[in-house]
Design a protein around this ligand. Structure first.
Ligand SMILES: [Zn+2]
Length: 192
């Protein structure tokens, strides 16, 4: 059987591998999605992002209901991706991961924007501080869509990071930029 959207699935697999190699996800952390006509593709629940195959990426309709009958359930954070797509018509891809430096700021509930780092401002503008709700809940989906609004990246307080972009490459750029900025801010504190 031929797979739907093989090019997008291969790109999601490659990004999952990169996130894993760079320590931005561990075990089955994180989720990756991209919009396709009539719905979106999303990583399945429980899969290690560094070791995915095309069957680990599920096709959902525009309401988040599975369209492929392959094994597995969609990511537990599907509602969060769906809420963001519904509120942002021009967003084509979303990446959620737990990059250690960005997640440290999220855990400390510390506003990364206070750092005034020029590259952060240029690449990401203002980073959203997304109020805490338990992972996988409708409340977290609502909080993420509302706080992210039209921003490029956000810290999910006490949890991790999320970026949105026109396509997968742009969402990846943004999570790389977010983690790099958080790391630099962290390092600069050692010099004080
Ligand atoms: Zn998470």
């Amino acid at each position: 059987m031929t797979s739907c959207y093989p090019q997008q699935k291969q790109q999601i697999i490659a990004i999952g591998r990169l996130l894993s190699q760079r320590g931005m996800v561990a075990a089955n952390d994180g989720n990756i999605s991209c919009r396709v006509p009539g719905g979106f593709l999303i990583t399945r629940s429980g899969v290690a992002k560094g070791r995915m195959c095309e069957a680990d990426i599920l096709l959902l309709d525009a309401a988040g209901q599975p369209l492929s009958d392959g094994p597995g359930r969609p990511s537990s954070e599907t509602a969060m991706h769906l809420a963001i797509y519904q509120s942002r018509p021009h967003t084509g891809a979303i990446i959620h991961a737990h990059p250690p430096f960005a997640t440290a700021f999220a855990l400390a509930e510390e506003d990364l924007n206070q750092a005034q780092l020029e590259e952060l401002r240029i690449q990401l503008g203002t980073v959203a501080m997304i109020p805490y709700a338990p992972a996988g809940t409708p409340q977290l989906a609502a909080n993420a869509a509302a706080a992210l609004s039209d921003k490029r990246a956000g810290l999910l307080l006490r949890h991790g990071a999320i970026t949105a972009g026109a396509d997968l490459e742009q969402a990846l750029f943004r999570i790389e930029a977010l983690e790099q900025a958080a790391k630099i801010v962290w390092l600069s504190r050692a010099l004080r």
